[in-house]
Design a protein around this ligand. Structure first.
Ligand SMILES: *Cc1c(COP(=O)(O)O)cnc(C)c1O
Length: 229
């Protein structure tokens, strides 16, 4: 049951926050609905969930047509530059900006739309060759290049750590992302951003991510069940 799962996850978020001396209010839950029909999103929405994550632009476009307008989406998949326009129009945040070319395309479309957009920079924190994201030691350079793009509000960092059989093993990756964010913040890259966002943690490991400072957790399976293939 989607509503029961959501309640359970909210409880786990509160517990993890309490364990680490944080307030659950500073942690946002993105319900990752990729590959599930819009009806699943609607069930979660009726249970009070308003923020969702999608990985595929075409799928997102289709679903949005069927859904209430106040549902917000974070884009969390690999974004092709030629899909930047649709992403800019239909998402409240793009979590996966990892190259200048994509950021420039987003900024250009935002100029035309006369709006600003929240983004995160995706970091390949575990240097995993199968994952997108900027390498940790190139993140400062990328952030530097993004500074002139005035329509993008760079709110923080996002990562998908390498797969580990035990969730506890992902902890060092989460810690590394937080340390990197602190370093970039000290340089001044997040000037004007009140709360730097760290999007990390999925169904298997989100409590650990929260203990390490996550402000956004992206949870799919634990809400919607196993994804249809
Ligand atoms: C699919 C996906 C998730 C959700 O993963 P679950 O293990 O189902 O919770 C989170 N983040 C990203 C980037 C994803 O692609």
């Amino acid at each position: 049951m989607i509503s029961t799962n959501l309640l359970k996850i909210q409880e786990q978020i509160q517990l993890a926050a309490r364990n680490s001396g944080r307030s659950a209010a500073e942690i946002k839950l993105v319900a990752v609905s990729k590959k599930f029909p819009h009806t699943a999103i609607l069930s979660a929405y009726k249970a009070g969930q308003q923020l969702f994550g999608e990985n595929y632009i075409q799928e997102l476009q289709q679903k949005r047509k069927e859904l209430p307008e106040n549902i917000r989406f974070h884009f969390i998949g690999h974004l092709q530059t030629n899909k930047a326009k649709i992403a800019a129009e239909s998402c409240s945040m793009i979590e996966t900006v990892d190259r200048v070319k994509l950021a420039t395309a987003l900024n250009k479309h935002l100029e035309k739309l006369d709006k600003n957009l929240d983004i995160l920079v995706q970091v390949n924190i575990g240097q995993d060759s199968n994952k997108s994201g900027v390498a940790p030691d190139r993140a400062a350079e990328l952030l530097e290049d993004l500074q002139p793009l005035s329509r993008l509000r760079i709110k923080g960092l996002m990562t998908i750590p390498p797969y580990e059989a035990s969730p506890e093993k992902t902890r060092p990756h989460f810690k590394n992302l937080r340390v990197l964010a602190d370093k970039l913040s000290a340089i001044g890259f997040f000037a004007g951003i009140e709360n730097i966002e760290l999007s990390m943690g999925m169904s298997g490991d989100f409590p650990i991510a929260i203990e390490e400072g996550a402000t956004i957790v992206r949870v799919g399976t634990a809400i919607f069940g196993n994804r249809p293939v």
